[in-house]
Design a protein. Structure first.
Length: 377
């Protein structure tokens, strides 16, 4: 791994140039280095510095020094020093982290990182509920030979269940935009000090889906079930807005939205997400007694869902299609490997054609015998 932010600062540019270079050096997209450099040049400002950071990061990545996206391994309790708050909440946090000691060694680091993420996202009660769910999955893993598989099922559950519970909604976006750490990071990236005034303009483009997601659950169900009303709402709210988050009015707008997290669990979006998570987990649990590798792969499919608004919708569409393919593969001896292949294809596929082809391949070799085995015939 290497420090892309330091590399960018040394070159006198922003971290995006280093990230772009690392992407080019990873060779995961079918573009030449010159194509990437042309895109950097089209930026128009600070081109030479950006190209220097791009080339340095590209070279480091091509040497195999690309940063590992896996959460760092911590010893139990190593995150506690990062937590601040009232003593009552710190006591609740300590009670939660104490429960991590009962988890398998292979699961504990990911569970600790996941717990920290979930509590930061919502509160300690939310963290306790998440840990309850994880502990149930670990118990099932033990019953079905997880010890001989280094508890791979539980480890993937700890990682992706935390991500799923921390879905990006309007509240989360507003929370992140009003954190002091973000202001400090922006100042660092643009090289500002106390003598500079930094203006930050946020571009937001909510649609009907985002508006309805903030409704109380029952009202959201009522509105979402009426397409004509949804279209009317979309005509009203679906337009781009530019908000100065460095101004008092803009900051208070985001701050008040972020403050709605105390009601998050009663909102329509939360109920929708929890139902989707339950369906996904049930699919993985259903395969656990029969095909351990396939169950693990189904958990990994969750990585397709990320982001906010249109990005989230596209990821959700890919996830649904991969899960359909995974269901077709039930009973096949290489179901896990093929599900992994579908996930990789979906991640690299921007247009959808490659995933279409992979799913057609699955259709071609799923035999009636496989279907019968899947249905227990």
């Amino acid at each position: 791994a290497f420090d892309m932010e330091s590399m960018a600062v040394k070159a006198g540019t922003m971290i995006s140039a280093s990230l772009f270079g690392a992407l080019a050096g990873a060779d995961v997209l079918p573009f030449s280095d010159d194509s990437y450099r042309d895109m950097v040049r089209r930026g128009g400002r600070g081109v030479e510095a950006s190209l220097a950071a791009f080339d340095a990061a590209c070279a480091r990545a091509r040497k195999g020094e690309i940063a590992d996206a896996t959460p760092p391994v911590h010893h139990a309790g190593s995150l506690r020093h990062q937590v601040r708050g009232p003593e009552r909440l710190l006591g609740e946090w300590r009670s939660l982290t104490a429960r991590l000691a009962d988890l398998p060694d292979a699961v504990r680091p990911l569970a600790e990182a996941g717990l920290h993420k979930v509590v930061d996202y919502q509160d300690t009660a939310y963290g306790a509920a998440w840990l309850d769910s994880l502990e149930k999955l670990v118990a099932l893993d033990r019953q079905h030979g997880g010890g001989g598989q280094d508890f791979a099922f539980s480890a993937q559950a700890a990682k992706y269940l935390a991500n799923a519970w921390c879905y990006d909604d309007i509240i989360r976006v507003a929370d992140l935009k009003t954190r002091a750490t973000r202001t400090s990071r922006i100042d660092t990236e643009v090289g500002a000090d106390d003598s500079h005034i930094v203006q930050v303009t946020e571009y937001v483009h909510p649609g009907a889906a985002e508006f309805i997601s903030m409704m109380p659950h029952r009202l959201g169900v009522f509105v979402a079930g009426r397409p004509a009303l949804v279209r009317r709402i979309d005509r009203w709210v679906n337009r781009g807005r530019r908000i100065r988050s460095d101004s008092l009015r803009g900051f208070l707008t985001f701050y008040l939205l972020a403050g709605m997290r105390r009601w998050r669990r009663g909102l329509y979006r939360h109920a929708t997400e929890m139902a989707h998570i339950e369906s996904w987990i049930d699919a993985a649990i259903g395969r656990l007694p029969h095909d351990y590798a396939h169950a693990v792969s189904i958990l990994k499919a969750r990585r397709l869902i990320k982001g906010y608004s249109d990005t989230h919708a596209r990821g959700l569409g890919k996830f649904d299609r991969v899960m359909q393919g995974a269901a077709q593969l039930e009973g096949h001896p290489d179901a896990g490997a093929w599900t992994d292949r579908l996930i990789r294809t979906a991640l690299a596929d921007t247009e959808g054609a490659a995933l279409d082809g992979a799913l057609k391949t699955v259709d071609s070799f799923v035999t009636p015998e496989t279907s019968a085995a899947r249905n227990g015939a």
